[in-house]
Design a protein around this ligand. Structure first.
Ligand code: T1G
Length: 698
């Protein structure tokens, strides 16, 4: 098997060329190839060594697929030490995204050049790790401890120009990278430069009070994640310990994190997100339909957000509203949202104006005749949506994709009113649609393969994370949310309080507790949805009794300043409200519920196991393709803590047998109607098979 690394002497430049698609990850073969090449360079006529990569990017990191397996030599930190100790200057030439171990490889080189479009970064924290090949020791020696901590705890890459300003990159190359890098190497040769070893530099320690403040700030943002804290200590040691001692500290921290649950969870999510974009029964090379222009029907909050998502990605958008007043209101929402983005400094005035210009409003349906994709985003009413699709069927050109943005409605029932059900699909955006990354792509029974493949690829183009769902009430996320919410509400009326339930779930890592989420969304949404359901479909009446009483009292949530909580009008901070506790106790009595103390473990297990059990039903019914798909939905769409890996990954951490046994106890002690173990849970628990093993076996 040919090595992914080649070496050639070109004049007096020894060129080490890495070619390991798709991202030149530092696999064992790449590490071995570099090791051989650097050894050759020590013995030949070269005066300088150039390290460069083929393909779209310089090395984008260690090979994550090797993690969790027995480490194989040469170990990356040792290889980088060999490079840094080279008797001849080593130059790294950067393009694309030099990330993680790739950036550490560049830092161990003596000089660094880059094309202007290159980026460098240490995103290990996003995998629950810290840089494990000298990044925590070399970067501070270049940028200073504070900037290095900020770069490593954010995990965000910086541009080549910012890297130049920080002293990380020495030269920005104009034009083609290799030609520019070779020319620069010739200059360095002519100047007879020596190897410049970063490890030999020293760096000033941060003042103790500044370091203390950084520790507190990082701990607050970390929300229970360990890697950011380890990064702070390793980077601080760069100033107080020798390089070798610092490397030892870094290694020990790296091994601690690599062996921990948080990194396993984050690495699971990294691959789950990429796996979710693949549809198991549709080839990746399926020809996609060309999407150049987009139409949105409905300029409300969702329609406006969706329009912005496409305009931000460079698509011209036609936004349709029923009349001038509706259109003016819809475009006004968009203008306001762009204004907020600019005022927050996230976008320049010019860039916002350019994006805004891409959105053209109209009240004439005929203006949709030529668009390639239409997304209907009107009120959640099936008949209304069907009327819209009848008109789209008459108006839109053949081959146009007709999508409905719906949270619950039956996509097949919508497709059935058209003459082209194969062109109909669901695109469930999450509010605010221009911010939230999750996109549930709902596959109807007749949705064509190329329509599905087109929408999955389009999702990535507009910066969304797509997950395919089959048709059921609530698809993946909202269907599971009903059970999550049911148990949260029952814990409240049976003995807890909104604060005890929410603080327990926030301590678990949820971005926001369930009751606070209801207040954020507005409890009138659930109230109206239940109003049109027959009683036998409304679920456990105890679960929504308090919410209904609050809605009927005008306490809808944040939008009315009070719901489960009272909200400070200025800060919007939630405050427990004794009036709500009185209502809870009164309604519990009316329902003959004898309130009791419900501890944190019961709150957590009831809420999370109800969520997991329904996720298993969704897998068993084939609504979701994989457990990892459900994890992506909950982390990207519902604030589930990424360092827990998602509800289904967490189910394997807890163990399916434990979950089954607990659910059987809940069935006996709490409610036989509410707690029916998923048949898939029973099968896997009894066979002793984990969800991840089951997923791999399919
Ligand atoms: N290792 C193995 N495979 C990787 C990989 C990696 N580091 N990065 C990407 N891939 C695969 C990915 O699974 C996908 O595979 C394909 O490449 C395209 O990726 C010692 C310990 C580089 C910005 O965290 O951020 O170094 O699905 O779809 O959108 O201190 O990939 O095609 O089969 O994401 O253009 C640190 C992770 C590792 C960078 C490109 N590095 N990668 O984005 O393509 S830890 C990272 C990314 C480390 C050292 C530590 C992105 C990208 P498939 P993609 P993209």
């Amino acid at each position: 098997m040919t090595s992914p690394v080649s070496y050639s002497l070109e004049g007096r430049i020894g060129v080490i060329r890495i070619d390991n698609p798709p991202v030149n990850a530092l696999s064992q073969a790449v590490r071995a190839g570099i090791e051989d090449a650097i050894a050759t360079a020590q013995r030949d006529e070269s005066g300088i060594v150039l390290l460069i990569c083929e393909g779209r990017t310089f090395v984008a990191g260690a090979d994550i697929t090797e993690f969790g397996k027995p480490p194989m030599e040469p170990f990356l930190p040792d290889l980088l030490d060999t490079i840094e100790q080279s008797a001849k200057p080593v130059v790294a030439a950067l393009h694309g995204t030099a990330l993680g171990g790739g950036f550490e490889l560049a830092l161990a080189s003596h000089y660094r050049c880059a094309v202007a479009s290159a980026k460098v970064g240490l995103p290990e924290v996003k995998l629950g790790l810290l840089p494990g090949a000298g990044g925590t020791q070399r970067l501070p020696r270049i940028t200073g401890v504070g900037p290095a901590i900020r770069m490593m705890t954010s995990g965000a890459p910086i541009s080549a120009s910012d890297a130049l300003a920080a002293g990380i990159v020495d030269e920005i190359v104009d034009g083609e990278l290799e030609a520019g890098a070779v020319a620069w190497c010739e200059e360095l040769l002519a100047a007879d430069v020596e190897p410049r070893r970063t490890s030999e530099r020293s760096v000033d320690a941060l003042p103790e009070n500044e370091l203390t403040a950084i520790r507190a700030q990082v701990a607050k943002r970390a929300r229970g994640q360990m890697a950011p804290m380890e990064i702070v200590e390793a980077a601080a040691a760069a100033a107080t310990a020798s390089f070798d001692e610092g490397m030892k500290l870094e290694r020990e921290a790296f091994m601690r994190l690599m062996g921990g649950e948080q990194s396993a969870a984050l690495r699971h999510l990294f691959f789950a997100e990429r796996e979710a974009a693949k549809i198991s029964d549709i080839p990746r090379d399926t020809e996609k339909r060309g999407i150049q222009t987009v139409g949105i029907v409905g300029g409300g909050t969702m329609g406006g957000g969706i329009a912005m998502s496409f305009a931000n990605a460079g698509f011209p958008v036609t936004l349709i509203e029923v009349n001038d007043e509706g259109l003016e209101r819809g475009l006004g929402i968009i203008d306001k949202n762009y204004g907020i983005t600019v005022s927050k400094g996230k976008l320049s005035e010019e860039a916002a104006a350019e994006r805004r210009r891409r959105i053209v409003g109209s009240t004439d349906f005929a203006d949709l005749a030529g668009v390639d994709l239409v997304i209907e985003a009107v009120f959640e009413n099936l008949e209304l949506k069907q009327d819209i699709f009848r008109r789209l069927d008459e108006t839109c050109k053949p081959g146009a994709i007709l999508a409905t943005n719906t949270s619950y409605q039956d996509v097949d029932a919508i497709a059935s009113v058209t003459e082209r059900p194969a062109d109909v699909i669901g695109l469930h955006f999450f509010s605010p649609a221009n911010i939230m990354k999750l996109l549930e792509v709902v596959r109807g029974d007749q949705t064509a393969a190329d329509v599905l493949a087109t929408c999955m690829a389009l999702a990535k183009k507009i910066g969304k994370v797509p997950v395919m769902s089959r048709v059921c009430y609530g698809f993946i996320g909202n269907r599971m949310l009903q059970y999550y919410g049911r148990e949260a509400q029952l814990c409240v009326i049976e003995g807890g309080t909104p604060e005890s339930v929410d603080s327990t779930m926030e301590a678990f890592g949820m971005a926001m507790g369930p009751l606070a989420v209801f207040d954020l969304a507005g409890m009138d949404v659930g109230y109206k949805a239940r109003e049109i359901l027959p009683d036998d479909q409304k679920g456990d009446p105890r679960a929504y009794r308090v919410a209904d009483v609050l809605v009927e009292a005008g306490r809808l949530g944040q939008k009315t300043g009070a719901g489960m909580y009272r909200y400070d009008p200025d800060t919007r901070r939630r405050e427990s409200d004794p009036e709500v506790l009185t209502i809870i106790e009164r309604e519990a009595e009316a329902l003959d519920i004898e309130r009791r103390t419900i501890d944190e473990k019961e709150i957590r297990d009831r809420i999370l196991f109800a969520l997991i059990n329904e996720g298993l039903n969704i897998l068993d019914e084939g609504i979701a393709q994989r457990p990892g798909d459900i994890d992506v939905v909950y982390v990207y769409g519902y604030g589930f803590p990424a360092h827990r890996g998602g509800p289904m990954h967490y189910a394997d951490v807890v163990g399916l047998p434990v979950i089954l046994e607990t659910i059987q106890t809940f069935k006996e002690k709490l409610s036989s109607d509410n707690w029916t173990p998923s048949p898939l849970l029973e099968r896997l628990a009894e066979q002793g098979i984990s969800l991840s093993e089951w997923a791999r076996s399919r």
